[in-house]
Design a protein around this ligand. Structure first.
Ligand SMILES: NC(=O)c1ccc[n+]([C@@H]2O[C@H](COP(=O)([O-])OP(=O)(O)OC[C@H]3O[C@@H](n4cnc5c(N)ncnc54)[C@H](O)[C@@H]3O)[C@@H](O)[C@H]2O)c1
Length: 327
């Protein structure tokens, strides 16, 4: 195979991001698109001369697809992955892959049974400065890590309702949690607290405005993650501060870093289009029949999902310590 026949389920905001990537690669052809909203499906179909659908079961039945991108809101995963897997389609699923850990683990098992390539939309793993940052951290005796992410409210209707998005930590800050896991390994336990009441005047809003979560890593490292969605003027500020026995490293989610040690300051900036790379790596893994190329396979993403669901559960139970299975 030299061109992957791709179908989309969900043609909203993040699908547009993937559509741009599909247009800029010769490795894929978008042949079918599906959205419950017919106008979205039709607009996307016109862009690629693809076939529009409003019911994904019909698309999966009628089209011969190699891969499916699942780009629906977190609460809308109602079995589409299983149907696509049954048809033998490789899967790219947007984060958070669902709000239900049992569902996620069933998808993981079904993918493994069929030996399919999978990827989750953790594109920040593909930032080209990250290997250098990871190499430095691997060589250090780390003590503690302090992280934050602050921004405003995304304007999609479902984001403000916990039953649909899972809340800020699960929907948004999951990127930051995932990068922490990628750099430092597994988290064994979490405890968190959240506040409400600063964001006002938004209809149906019932998610946390801000939270602070403490994590214990298997390695012994302790980390805190503070995050909030109450400040539209924060320009998406997001940083990780790693403190080791002999130095410190500052990393921004977008890839800028600064390492400071005695008599040494080292800085770096990212240079790649990591969203494009994320999608192309998924396509390469299919074409080369090598699932190991993908940096964020579904099975690994399940651990990041368990972490943010655990953190959110702790917040909702007044800081109760939640042990993670790491599965
Ligand atoms: N990786 C990232 O940085 C990133 C950025 C933004 C969003 N996301 C994730 O992408 C997902 C979608 O977010 P969005 O901003 O595109 O939302 P959106 O509301 O803009 O789009 C979702 C689309 O899915 C469609 N849909 C829902 N159920 C469907 C079904 N059963 N069949 C067909 N279509 C269906 C909706 O009609 C809608 O058009 C979310 O999980 C979100 O967290 C990831």
């Amino acid at each position: 195979m030299d061109k992957v026949r791709v179908g989309f389920i969900g043609c909203g905001g993040i699908a547009q991001y993937h559509f741009g990537h599909m247009e800029r690669t010769a490795k894929a052809q978008v042949v079918a698109v599906c959205d419950k909203l017919a106008d979205r499906a039709q607009t996307a179909a016109a862009r690629f001369k693809a076939k529009p659908y409003t019911v994904y079961a019909e698309m999966l039945d009628k089209e011969k697809l190699d891969a499916v991108f699942v780009c629906v809101e977190p609460s809308a995963h109602d079995g589409m992955e299983f149907m696509a897997i049954e048809k033998g389609c490789h899967l790219f699923v947007q984060k958070p892959m669902t709000l239900d850990m049992t569902y996620a683990r069933k998808v993981r098992t079904a993918l493994a049974k069929k030996g399919l390539v999978s990827a989750v939309g953790f594109q920040c793993r593909y930032v080209d400065t990250l290997p250098r940052v990871k190499a430095w951290l691997d060589g250090e005796k780390l003590g503690m890590v302090s992280c934050f992410r602050l921004g405003g409210l995304p304007m999609v209707w479902w984001w403000r309702q916990r039953q649909h998005s899972g809340g800020q930590v699960i929907e948004q800050t999951v990127h930051n949690y995932d990068i922490l896991r990628y750099l430092l390994g597994e988290v064994t336990a979490v405890t968190g607290m959240a506040r409400e009441g600063i964001v006002t005047g938004i209809e149906n809003y019932d998610t946390e405005d801000a939270s602070s979560v403490t994590m214990q890593f298997k390695s012994g490292v302790v980390a805190t993650m503070m995050t909030g969605c109450f400040s539209p003027d924060a320009f998406g500020a997001g940083d990780f501060l790693f403190y080791s026995l002999e130095g410190q490293l500052t990393y921004g989610l977008g890839g800028d870093f600064k390492i400071q040690k005695q008599n040494l300051t080292l800085t770096g900036k990212p240079a790649n289009d990591y969203g494009q790379e994320c999608d192309e790596t998924f396509l390469d893994a299919i074409i080369e029949n090598d699932p190991s190329l993908v940096l964020s396979p579904y099975a690994d993403a399940c651990k990041s999902l368990e972490l943010v669901i655990g953190a959110t559960e702790s917040m909702r139970q007044g800081g109760k310590l939640i042990q993670l299975s790491g599965k």
